[in-house]
Design a protein around this ligand. Structure first.
Ligand SMILES: Nc1ncnc2c1ncn2[C@@H]1O[C@H](COP(=O)(O)OP(=O)(O)OP(=O)(O)O)[C@@H](O)[C@H]1O
Length: 302
């Protein structure tokens, strides 16, 4: 469980985080989104004990990150953006041994878990090589493995899949979902890859200029922006006259905007009369990217 209450962080003149509160229960994957400079990394750094809050409280697994620092720090594993999360002069294996022992695990347990993680990420053959000589994506894999080595109850992930290849991305996404579901791990995930967030997150918060502009279950957030009046109808062949349509590869997509969903029946009837062969009919659903842009622009125009 992560509890953030009225968190504010000011750097010199910049209010990077401005009165932010979020409660993230165990077993959930929480997406923390926002444009560049919104204050996400600053928030995560406060959670990770790397920055002291200007005001407000943050508790990890019930422990205050300032007043009960060591107990709070023992609660999480983190992959932080742009910083060196692992030691470049050590091999992948040595890094995992080091972080596993640092977290107080027994040697045999660290070995088993390290083998499992490195194998799943396709790094087993390279385990004895120094991390400094790895590609950026391989270093990221070692950082993720190090964050997960001790199976912490809370995992903080800042852009975990950035720079990973297709297979590793799938593996890491699978781990995130499994950790939350099977082990009850609390996962805080920041990413600009909104498809990843949409796929994984139960709940999403959007930050802009240091403040939260949304904090809702992903499904509710998407529903809030659903345009009930927009439909897409696909028909075979050339576009029928009188419709706003685009034809590609022999299939015509007709976009329809209606005042009342029942008007769709009239549109379909007009198409039937014209002899059009219907392929599909869908209400247009926004994805997280549409919602994100709407939210961020809503606020910037305010
Ligand atoms: N060490 C610092 N000193 C002064 N200002 C800082 C410092 N770190 C961040 N900031 C400022 O705080 C604000 C929030 O930055 P932060 O890195 O938390 O954003 P972010 O949401 O993580 O952005 P990105 O998506 O680009 O990583 C920005 O205006 C940034 O310029």
């Amino acid at each position: 469980m992560i509890e953030i209450d009225a968190l504010t962080k000011v750097y010199d003149q910049v209010k990077a985080v401005d009165d932010v509160s979020m409660h993230i229960p165990a077993g959930s994957v929480f997406g923390f989104l926002g444009p560049n400079g919104a204050g996400k990394t600053t928030t995560i750094k406060v959670l990770a004990g790397l920055l002291t809050p200007t005001s407000g409280e943050v508790r990890l697994g019930g422990y205050d990150v300032v007043r009960q620092r060591s107990a709070a720090m023992a609660q999480f594993g983190a992959v932080l953006e742009g910083s060196r999360n692992v030691y470049w002069s050590l091999s992948a294996w040595q890094n995992l041994m080091y972080f596993g022992r640092l977290k107080g695990l027994r040697k045999a347990r660290v070995r088993d878990r390290a083998e499992e993680l490195l194998t799943d990420l396709g790094l087993w053959e390279r385990r004895r090589d120094k991390v400094g000589g790895f590609s950026r994506g391989m270093q990221q894999k070692v950082a993720i493995a190090a964050a997960l080595i001790a199976d912490p109850p809370i995992v903080l992930l800042d852009e975990p899949t950035l720079g990973l290849d297709v297979e590793a991305t799938r593996t890491v996404k699978g781990w995130i979902a499994d950790l939350a579901r099977d082990r009850g791990t609390t996962i805080l995930l920041t990413t600009h890859q909104l498809d990843v967030a949409q796929e994984l997150c139960d709940r999403v918060a959007v930050m802009r200029q240091g403040r939260l502009v949304a904090d809702l279950p992903t499904r509710d957030l998407l529903a809030r922006f659903r345009e009930r009046d927009k439909y897409e109808i696909r028909v075979e062949g050339a576009p029928p006259p009188g419709f706003d349509a685009v034809t590609r590869d022999g299939v015509t997509t007709i976009s329809v905007r209606v005042a009342d969903p029942r008007e769709v029946y009239d549109v379909v009837e007009r198409l039937r009369v014209q002899g059009a062969v219907l392929e599909s009919l869908n209400q247009v659903q926004p994805d997280l990217e549409d919602v994100f842009l709407a939210l961020v622009n809503e606020v910037s125009h305010a």
